[in-house]
Design a protein around this ligand. Structure first.
Ligand SMILES: [Mg+2]
Length: 265
């Protein structure tokens, strides 16, 4: 399929701000997903969320009546584990700051999670809403002793009902501030998550369209992964943000319906 000169074979979609926003399914999503099936478009979902497992996200989608295959969901925790597998052998001892999405992924890959810093080969950090001084200290001790330092995603903030709370970037920043060691980060806007997505789709990055609602993560990451990018104005970034931002998305649509019409008119 050709879309304004881009030969498209697959898509990698963000979810929050693209498929749903908070507890609300966004308009046009059902019809868009249906069109992807009708036109045999390969697709997966990619998220910086490190706290949920793919199964938990699929269960969340089901609340909106959407049937997502967990195998089509790539979280920053799964990307982090994929990266770990390229540098650490199975059974390696690791220290983890994170929630079920990260802990489950690491355990399923056969790594041994230890609760103190002694003799661990890597420290893996995802958003941990129960983080405390003891856990941060263990992470710092391990990194100072030479453990690899891996972060799922660098999101500085986490919007909640009450305002802006610290995101995983804030936790990574605290550890980096103490140790002087910068983490290897896998989530958007780093290209790793998207390149892993391309591998899952079995497609070249150039034939993939990234669909997201945030310029600094979705669009920036898609560009770094050499993919085509479409910004949907149904989430975080606005048209005014696009004007301000130096690196522009290839396409901008104000709804899923508009994207669908552009692809399959
Ligand atoms: Mg989003």
């Amino acid at each position: 399929m050709n879309h304004n000169g881009v030969h498209l074979e697959g898509m990698i979609l963000d979810m929050d701000g693209v498929i749903w926003r908070g507890k609300r399914l966004l308009p046009g999503v059902q019809a868009f997903l249906h069109a992807m099936h009708v036109h045999a478009m390969a697709y997966i979902f990619a998220t910086n969320n490190s706290t949920s497992t793919a199964e938990e996200i699929a269960a969340h989608a089901l609340q909106f009546g959407l049937h997502f295959d967990p195998k089509q969901i790539l979280t920053s925790s799964l990307a982090a584990v994929s990266y770990m597998q390229s540098i650490l052998s199975e059974g390696s001892r690791v220290f983890v700051l994170g929630e079920s999405g990260l802990i489950t992924a690491i355990e399923e890959a056969g790594y041994e999670i230890h609760s103190n810093a002694e003799d661990v080969e890597a420290v893996i950090v995802g958003l941990d809403r129960k983080v405390n001084w003891d856990k941060l200290s263990e992470a710092c001790y391990a990194i100072a002793k030479g453990a690899k330092f891996i972060g799922t995603n660098m999101d500085p903030s986490l919007p909640t009902e009450r305002g802006i709370a610290p995101g995983n970037g804030a936790i990574l920043g605290a550890i980096e501030h103490v140790t002087g060691v910068a983490p290897v980060v896998l989530g958007k806007p780093e290209p790793y998550l998207y390149l892993k997505g391309a591998q899952m789709l079995g497609l070249e990055p150039e034939s993939i369209l990234v669909v997201g609602d945030r310029l600094e993560t979705d669009i920036e990451g898609g560009k770094r992964a050499r993919m085509a990018t479409a910004l949907l104005l149904t989430g975080i970034s606005s048209l005014a943000d696009v004007d301000q931002y130096s690196s522009k998305p290839d396409f901008v649509y104000d709804s899923m319906d508009k994207l669908k019409a552009a692809l399959w008119h």
